[in-house]
Design a protein around this ligand. Sequence first.
Ligand code: ADP
Ligand code: MG
Length: 347
Amino acid sequence: MTHLAIRGLTKRFAGQTEAAVADLNLEIDSGSLVALLGPSGCGKTTTMKMIAGLLEPTAGDILFDEQSILRIAPERRGAVMVFQNYLLFPYMTIAQNVGYGLKIRKIDRAEIDQRVREILEMVRLPGIEDRRPKELSGGQQQRVALARALVVEPKLLLLDEPLSNLDAHLRFELRDLIRDIQQKMGITTVFVTHDQEEAVVLADKVALILDGRLRQYAEADMFYKRPADEATARFFGGQNFISGTASNGVFEGPLGRLALPEDAPEGAGKLTFRPENVRTGEAATGENTLRAKLVNKIFLGTQTRLRLAVGDETITAIANPNDVENYLVDQEVPLALPPSALWVLTH
Ligand SMILES: Nc1ncnc2c1ncn2[C@@H]1O[C@H](COP(=O)(O)OP(=O)(O)O)[C@@H](O)[C@H]1O
Ligand SMILES: [Mg+2]
């Protein structure tokens, strides 16, 4: 098990004005799975390649168990990377593909065969040693690529959008398999994705990168309850942002005076709350109750999405359909914003 530290990591490509990765700092606990989350082009692959040794950083350091690995050759770092497009050797059998890393480490034949057999069982592809990559589906090929990475018992597993080329049902299946194996083997893992749900489901901690900068590094639920800034809240589906000022546990703005949770930041900023935490219609009880006008209402099957106007502000809410079935567009609807659902963004 390996602790990974990334300190001040920066990469500036020749001819670029903006750094692809700018002063990134991350501590990744031994045996944990961290998701590196962000939109396309935010520097995720560049970061992974620097960890694996495929790219040289412009500045900063990368440490495995507090030892800098920047001067260690890629093949001796013990970090293996799995890419989005499986990159199997087409003319080799599955056994040769998976056993490749062991062969170049001069492990003897009988041990290679046994370890290949065991790892193929672990990725739930037993008995396919003699097949060729083209005879397998995309999901199977990606599991072979995973087996090829795991068979060398790496210190660090780097997965770069490994599920992006797969259909939804395969994606969920492989996602669960990766989590299962990662926990069983206890391998420190960095999982790159642009998919917020994938990050939340898989990871012990999520590192959100926007515009080449780390915005928040925390357990997944904190991105919903305590987002670092508006861009972070929006990336996670936040839709309600109301300007005003927080002081003495109260937010004062166009919605009036609202009680805040005890740990809310104070000062000028924006009040935010998630659509699913707004209580509307029959459910609008407790503190911070308001009256709004129903602007529109869309039945989504198990939920109802509402747009509500309070003065000049528009609020988006997700309700239980039963709580709002008796309210019509243009009518008044009660709503409540429980203090525990509120947060203030001051930068
Ligand atoms: N070899 C390279 N030369 C120049 N620019 C690059 C190179 N690789 C990546 N970039 C640029 O660096 C930025 C980050 O790229 P990348 O790390 O691939 O993003 P992500 O994996 O998050 O989609 C992008 O603007 C990309 O165009
Ligand atoms: Mg990428």
